[in-house]
Design a protein around this ligand. Sequence first.
Ligand code: SMG
Ligand code: MG
Length: 368
Amino acid sequence: MKLEAIELRRIALPLVSPFRTSFGTQTERDVLLVRAVTSDAEGWGECVALLEPMYSSEYVEGAQHVMERFLLPRLLAQGDVTAIDVARLLAPVQGHRMAKAAVEMAVLDAELRLAGRSWAREMGAVIDRVPSGVSVGIMDTLPQLLDAVQGYVDEGYVRIKLKIEPGWDIQPVAAVRERFGDIALQVDANTAYTLADAQHLAQLDAFGLLLIEQPLPEEHVRAHAELARTVKTPICLDESIVSAQSCVDAILIGAVHIVNVKPGRVGGYLEARRIADVCAAHDIPVWCGGMLETGLGRAANAALAANPAFRLPGDISAASRFYERDIVTQPITLDEGYVRVPEGPGLGTVIDQAFLDQVTTSVTTHRA
Ligand code: SMG
Ligand code: MG
């Protein structure tokens, strides 16, 4: 496959409601899309970097910059490319995994569309639908939270994740447990605590949570092993797992009991699959995280989550959880708590071109 051009497109999509986490509030997504144009096929990638570098060091403007300045010239100079070459070709550039992941995704999509192979098959999928969990933001009041959770439970989501931070943790969890009984429930702190909060966080043990996600800072991996001596709820890592290597290391020191995999965070779907393999080999359950993806990333995530290493519901909600309208013609929907794994070649999605053009804020094209 000869890579002829790469188009970078930014789109602006408003969220149906503000989404607040311990690091800030999102009201709109500014998404960077990558379109790989090859001699034989086209493919789409989606960059999960957010507007500001608060979840991780990457941010959308920086991702576009590193692509234009360092990543795309390396690939476009190459001539023939296949997706398995992309990570190696881009390896001299340190970090910037979300940017690299989006580029690899576009090349892989083109390659699979050309070969008539599905993303699901590429990810080792063994089922045709995956259980869907929803992530619920921090609210101003407990009644607001209970209303929001009620809505999601009524829609059929099979697992609820509550965002927590100091001052919004034990009480909201207790309130949701009391109101909704036995539902599958977990929490995500997005690095908001320190080891000094161990006793405080141990109060969560009373509520039978599936897991506590990333309580401590990204680089405090060993401290999570320390925390696990006081907190009995299984520790899940998100931000700290940036590669298959860091995943193995975290497992071996007892810092992680359950892994959240986000392809963008680890440099791509191929590395995400390697993480799934590593976890399966260590009997560590994996689940697929979310970054408020459009229909492109959502389709790819659903396919990844159909790999048997994924043993817990992912943050793969219906597109409508975040967006009034999606950029694909068949957005992911919820059916009795499950979302369908796409079947067609590549991502198996069709872009809604008219709507895409309507929400586009810029397009740049880079040629070989
Ligand atoms: O896409 O459903 C989704 C969002 C899931 O909570 C979610 N993601 O730390 O896991 C996480 C967060 C990161 C993004 S918060 C703006
Ligand atoms: Mg998280």
